[in-house]
Design a protein around this ligand. Structure first.
Ligand SMILES: [Fe+2]
Length: 125
């Protein structure tokens, strides 16, 4: 992430301070990313239990990707001298009736995530 504004003039090695408001918003996003990872891992388990290994593998990859998003935010907060606060992660659903229902849930979860990210960014400004 490129530094902008007045703080962009800091010399290499100095940490740019991160505002509490921004840290709080990023911590909220870390939780959201971890919840997504948790949900997709639950979906992978559902598929694997139903003997649909291809779907299971794909959902595992999605879970890993969401976890990597969380870790990017985590590393960013630490690099800026902020405090990472890991809150409770909501329990993930574990039952679906069909593979289609799983993928519909993925779709709606992603849409919801988009809206939440936009609101979270607004709160940080
Ligand atoms: Fe993500």
């Amino acid at each position: 992430m490129r530094a902008v504004g007045k703080k962009a003039n800091k010399t290499k090695g100095e940490k740019m301070e991160i505002k509490d408001k921004v840290t709080k918003a990023i911590n909220k996003q870390i939780n959201a990313e971890l919840y997504s990872s948790y949900l997709y891992l639950a979906m992978a388990a559902y598929f694997e239990a139903k003997n649909w290994p291809g779907f299971g593998r794909w959902m595992r990859l999605q879970a890993q990707e969401e976890n990597s998003h969380a870790m990017k935010f985590y590393d960013y907060v630490l690099q800026r001298g902020g405090k990472v606060v890991l809150d409770d992660i909501k329990a993930a659903d574990a039952e679906w009736k069909t593979p289609l229902e799983v993928f519909e849930d993925v779709y709606y979860h992603e849409l919801k995530g988009e809206k939440e990210r936009a609101l979270n960014c607004k709160d940080a400004l």
